[in-house]
Design a protein around this ligand. Structure first.
Ligand code: GLN
Length: 304
């Protein structure tokens, strides 16, 4: 498959200025990011990297971080995790409160904010120094010691984090948050603030395309079953109330973030990351979705 040719075609057929959408202004620090940017990077399991545009520019990975925190929580907590967070698509926005009350403080899945806050609580219980240990884990699976938090973004989100505060307080009232709320929120905001480029993220997501093994060292991080579970949750829940649309148009498991990034994988074949900051009303990158739709259409390959 000539991925470089496909990327060049995508780059010539669509451009950021054609897309409507806004950068995520509810986190003021993210609103400073120039909107008309685009990068894309594909890492193939059989070797080969293909890229176009601003693929080495670091951006705020935001909710894409929820995949990594789910991974680490699964390693510590095992299947007991599923008693505190469900695996159903929510059909609601990422920061919605409504289902939580009906469902007794058990979030629909680990990839919406409520679910990721429970996962953060679990990690705060297990990790000695949560921020440091989490960063060490990401650096390890990324094979990249330079990955770091953006402290300005973390502070900006903390200052305006009223919805996340509401979510965590509601869950605490149901007994589904064990640690101090401020500590869990601080950890959650730092996780979301991690910056990575398309290139670095695609390299990291190879883990999920490779049945849970690191490509270079062959170290097994997740079992094939755990990898299957995470990929299934990305497929059904990775795009909030647009998960159906993403499956319909792209046909790969993936995860978006309000920094404008989308990471996706084709199990056994490749990982791909696209970044373009303008978001559609559901909080997913408008151009990112279009670019990935073109990739799976032009290559004729998706998991379906
Ligand atoms: N940090 C963001 C929040 O908590 C993450 C949301 C997202 O990327 N969808 O609202």
């Amino acid at each position: 498959m000539d991925y470089q040719r496909i990327l060049a075609e995508i780059n010539s057929e669509i451009s950021p200025s054609q897309f409507n959408g806004k950068v995520a202004a509810y986190i003021p620090e993210l609103a400073n990011v120039p909107a008309d940017q685009f990068g894309m990077h594909i890492c193939c399991l059989q070797g080969g990297n293909y890229a176009i545009g601003a693929q080495t520019t670091p951006f705020s990975i935001q909710s894409i971080s929820k995949v990594f925190s789910l991974t680490l929580a699964l390693l510590y907590e095992g299947t007991a995790l599923w008693e505190r967070v469900d695996v159903e698509p929510s059909g609601d926005p990422f920061n919605s409160l409504v289902q939580l009350e009906y469902e007794n403080g058990i979030p629909r899945n680990p990839l919406i904010n409520a679910g990721a806050l429970v996962i953060s609580d679990i990690l705060v219980s297990h990790l000695k120094d949560p921020k440091k240990d989490y960063l060490a884990f990401i650096r390890k699976i990324a094979g990249n010691p330079d990955i770091d938090f953006n402290l300005k973004v973390a502070a900006s989100e903390k200052k305006w984090g009223y919805r996340n505060s509401a979510l965590i307080n509601l869950m605490k009232s149901f007994g589904n948050i064990k640690n101090d709320i401020e500590e869990v929120l601080d950890f959650y905001f730092h996780k979301c603030s991690i910056e990575m480029s398309c290139q670095a993220l695609a390299q990291t997501f190879l883990l999920y395309a490779n049945r849970g093994c690191l490509l270079d060292s062959h170290e097994k991080i997740l079992s094939p079953t755990q990898t299957k579970r995470i990929n299934a949750i990305m497929q059904t829940c990775g795009f909030y109330d647009e998960a159906g649309e993403f499956s319909f148009r792209v046909g790969l498991p993936g995860k978006s973030g309000v920094g404008g990034g989308i990471a996706a994988i084709h199990p056994g074949k490749y990982s791909v990351v696209v970044w373009s900051p303008k978001l559609n009303p559901k909080g997913n990158s408008s151009m990112g979705m279009a670019a990935l739709e073109l990739l799976t259409t032009k290559s004729g390959l998706s998991i379906f």
